[in-house]
Design a protein around this ligand. Structure first.
Ligand code: ASP
Ligand code: CP
Length: 318
């Protein structure tokens, strides 16, 4: 495989290789000169049809730290507003010489279409497609878990036996899906907790436990990791819960629930956060929270992905 579209088909060895290369990349970030010459002369195109802060900027930082040239495209302000199609946009960028394309799109499957279309002959990296997948987010989350849980001794290791509770808007979350596939491959046990209205149809066939009661789940599982998800209002065309206060009371990591967690449970959130809705400020800003570490680790993971896809060492990756 020459693209990174999903975590579903990543083998355990391939996933661990990406995580280990990301460890090397993280070491580079601690140097005074944070740059490697690995991708000199290559051009990475960031194609963003949907808003992003962390993912877009970290792919840009990752490419630059590997000495690649970067072209940033966002649909807002582009000729997409004049009706230009994905195909014509992709071919326009191909004509400018793209060696890799990072794409975020509001439609599930858009990165795969790009990879299979032949419109552009370059590795495609999925930076989040609709409600489908966000593979580099799952990889950076696994990297963050490994680092926190294994105290600097994480190279080569999976997440065997680690308990992860993922809470909130599972229905609209590509982060939940990509995390589930990857965490399963790495040996973790995953539980989804959400109101019934925010659990996707068919989730009962996935390798996950499903609960509708956050307090009972936290008390019973004492998980190693609690991952809170954002309520994705922009994808909601109906009322999925009565109101914000009720959501927070039932499914939010508020101050009381946070205080009841074991002190070694780590609290994750992919960002952006709705503070006061799915997570309280005290939980988000606590020492148990990895929110900003996740952002830092995102650069290392994206460096590893770009490096492995572009350096010619692709066989080793996938
Ligand atoms: N930033 C993540 C995503 O784009 C999570 C979120 O937006 O809630 O999927
Ligand atoms: N976590 C994440 O994907 O953030 P952005 O939407 O800001 O890129």
């Amino acid at each position: 495989m020459r693209h990174l579209l999903t975590t579903k088909h990543l083998s355990r060895d391939a996933a661990i290789q990406i995580l280990d290369v990301a460890e090397d990349m993280a070491d580079v970030a601690n140097r005074e000169v944070k740059k490697l010459p690995a991708l000199r002369g290559k051009t990475v195109v960031n194609l963003f049809f949907e808003d992003s802060t962390r993912t877009r900027i970290s792919f840009e930082a990752a490419a630059k730290r590997l000495s690649a040239d970067v072209i940033n495209f966002s649909a807002k302000g582009s000729s997409v507003s004049k009706g230009e199609s994905l195909k014509d946009t992709a071919q326009t960028l191909a004509a400018m010489g793209a060696d890799a394309v990072v794409i975020r799109h509001q439609s599930s499957g858009a990165p795969q279409v790009l990879a299979e279309s032949g419109w552009i002959d370059a590795p495609i990296v999925n930076a989040g497609d609709g409600t489908h997948e966000h593979p580099t987010q799952a990889l950076l989350d696994a990297f963050t878990m490994r680092r926190r849980l294994y105290n600097g001794q994480s190279r080569g290791r999976d997440l065997d036996g680690v308990g992860v509770v993922i809470v909130g808007d599972i229905l609209h979350s590509r982060v939940a899906r990509s995390n589930l596939w990857l965490l399963e491959t790495l040996g973790a046990h995953v539980t989804f907790v959400a109101p019934a209205t925010l659990v996707p149809l068919g989730a009962e066939t996935w390798p996950v436990a499903i609960s509708y009661d956050l307090d009972a789940t936290l008390a019973a599982e004492k998980p190693d990791v609690v991952m809170m998800l954002r309520i994705q209002s922009e994808r909601m065309n109906a009322a999925f819960f009565p109101n914000a206060r009720e959501y927070s009371r039932e499914w939010g990591l508020d101050d009381v629930r946070f205080a009841a967690l074991p002190t070694d449970t780590i609290v994750m959130h992919p960002g952006p956060m709705n503070r006061g809705l799915e997570i309280s400020a005290a939980a988000a800003d606590s020492a148990q929270s990895t929110v900003l570490e996740q952002v830092t680790n995102g650069v290392s993971i994206r460096m590893a992905a770009l490096y492995l896809l572009l350096s010619g060492d692709r066989e080793a990756l996938l």
